[in-house]
Design a binder for this molecule. Structure first.
Ligand code: GLC
Length: 551
């Protein structure tokens, strides 16, 4: 696909911020975050430089999987507010230059969704074939996604004497996407939220959703969803959760030429290699992976992230590599989950070392693609390992050093989740203090966002890894017609020297260091050399004659 007006493709240079309304800001004092609270924090997000807010599920739900178990696709969980509050959030966000996308969880419903309640009441139910039933589960089954909770993907329903499919928990029966009526319902749900001003969706568990037994043409279906969204709104995106190897992910983009399925996908593979590189203090695993990452068609985009609301999955590493990362960042059993993941946030994993934490975020914002933050990352929140499994990273946002971290005026025992204690407690880590501290992580992230937004080549450009004598250093270049950025990151605590040999740079060319405004000149002879501190990082703009951009 040839793009002529690049300004339409907002997701190519977006800054996505994921939050759960329930744990973000409680305005009515009942202990649960709400939409009104979020509305009061939109200026904070705009100030940070966020351009797209991803709302985790806000629908009515028995909340047995943090809202990913939905009972009404058209509703708003009453604890959070109502449709009017949501529309206010969307409108105010737009006014501040931010779009809102929502989680679309249509691989499964809650077992309390009226469709499933009806479906399991009798084999004759008009909703029976909204779900996937079998007389016997297949002899060979993949391992369940949550192996500590489930031992099968099929659950026996006593009343109707058949098994139903559930790729996730047994209380989350899979919708039968092979049924055209189900597909029609999904289209209506998408259409409904888009009418309310939602700019697209983070699509949950895409491969599970479309690859179902007996469903022919899953990719045709994804293509039809994309074109449906495009017909409803030119700005609509589908940001897919597809944790598969790169060559399979390419198919979910629609292939190199077609570019007509998912608009964006998270880079799970790259994320895991970042942790391996951090653990080894060696940039090679990441450099090799990035070099092999498929270049995408023009409209599509990678969504880069360091952490999200789930476990930090290491499922794409080998057994030994996974163990290396566990040893470095999650040595205790309670820090691990499902034999494949880590239930921690980044700063505690990096022992709170500010140099290393900043290096990691500098890397995130300089990687080709669109960065995604999980709430609290911008202030360096930690996890609460007293909370079970993945919930450890879902503690309330820390706004102030006051009671409940300023999240809520309720009694601490009434909070939807306890606030994190110890070294990462609100007294040490909170947004208010950091806003007024020039040297804070929050202000550093704001600077990164500024530089990222001023460097559209990061979202659009051609990417190359530049070979380095020191294995600890990742040097990468991204360039498009208008600019060239070279980013340097040292994964080791020892200082390093970077050597750049770029044949097409004229001697005397000015090189500006974007994060600290230092300036250098490209040497007359030999390589451009730069010392880099231990865990140092630098973004260099190689200025072309006539380049008028802000540095
Ligand atoms: C996705 C979500 C996760 C949820 C699962 C089932 O992987 O990110 O939180 O538990 O889907 O909906």
């Amino acid at each position: 696909m040839r793009v002529t007006d690049t300004s339409d493709l907002w997701w190519k240079t977006a800054v996505v911020y994921c939050l759960d309304v329930e744990t973000y800001m409680d305005w009515n004092g009942d202990g649960c975050g709400d939409l009104e609270g979020l509305a009061h924090r939109l200026d904070y997000l705009a100030e940070l430089g966020v351009t797209c807010i991803w709302l985790m599920p806000f629908y009515p739900s028995p909340d047995r999987d943090d809202g990913y178990d939905i009972t009404d696709y058209y509703g708003v969980d009453a604890r959070l507010g109502h449709h009017g509050d949501l529309v206010e959030v969307i409108r105010t966000a737009k006014d501040r230059g931010m779009r809102v996308i929502a989680d679309l969880v249509v691989n499964h419903t809650s077992d309390q969704h009226p469709w499933f309640v009806s479906a399991r009441s009798s084999r004759e139910s008009p909703f029976r074939d909204f779900y996937v039933w079998a007389d016997e589960p297949p002899a060979k089954q993949p391992e369940p996604v949550f192996p500590d909770q489930e031992d099968s993907l099929w659950e026996y329903d006593k009343k109707t004497k058949q098994y139903y499919l559930h790729n996730f928990y047994k209380h989350q029966p899979d919708l039968n996407v092979a049924n055209p009526r189900v597909r029609e319902e999904i289209a209506k749900v998408i259409g409904f939220w888009m009418e309310l001003g939602i700019s697209g969706f983070r699509v949950d568990a895409v491969p599970f959703f479309i690859e179902q037994p007996g469903f022919e043409g899953p990719h045709d279906y994804l293509r039809s969803l994309r074109s449906y969204i495009g017909r409803r709104s030119g700005e609509g995106v589908l940001l897919g959760e597809v944790n598969l190897p790169y060559e399979d992910q390419l198919k979910y983009f629609g292939g190199l030429d077609a570019d007509d399925e998912l608009t964006m996908q998270f880079d799970f593979v790259g994320m895991q290699q970042i942790y391996l590189s951090l653990a080894r203090e060696d940039a090679t695993p990441l450099a090799d992976t990035l070099a092999a990452r498929p270049a995408l068609p023009e409209v599509a985009q990678w969504a880069n992230f360091l952490r999200n609301h789930d476990e930090l999955t290491l499922d794409k590493l080998t057994e030994d590599e996974r163990q290396e990362v566990f040893d470095a960042f999650a040595p205790e059993e309670r820090m691990q989950v499902y034999g494949r993941g880590i239930v921690r946030r980044l700063p505690p994993m990096l022992h709170g070392d500010p140099r290393r934490i900043r290096m990691a975020y500098s890397l995130l914002f300089s990687l080709p693609g669109t960065p995604v933050l999980f709430y609290g990352e911008e202030i360096g929140m930690g996890e609460n390992l007293d909370l079970p499994g993945r919930t450890s990273v879902r503690s309330p946002m820390q706004w102030t050093s006051g009671a409940n971290g300023g999240f809520s005026k309720a009694d601490p025992e009434d909070l939807v989740a306890p606030v994190t204690g110890d070294g990462f407690a609100p007294s040490h880590v909170n947004a208010s203090q950091q806003r007024h501290d020039e040297g804070s992580l929050l202000n550093f992230i704001r600077l990164l966002i500024q530089c990222y937004r001023n460097s559209p080549e990061i979202g659009w450009g051609r990417f190359t890894v530049l070979e380095q004598p020191d294995r600890a250093v990742l040097a990468h270049q991204i360039e498009n017609g208008q600019g060239r950025l070279v980013a340097l990151h040292n994964f080791a605590p020892e200082p390093a020297t970077v050597r750049l040999e770029l044949e097409d740079v004229e001697p005397g060319t000015v090189v500006t260091s974007l994060l600290d405004a230092d300036e250098y000149t490209w040497p007359e002879e030999g390589p451009f050399e730069q010392p880099l501190d231990g865990y140092g990082y630098r973004w260099l703009r190689v200025i072309r004659p006539g380049d008028q951009r802000l540095t």
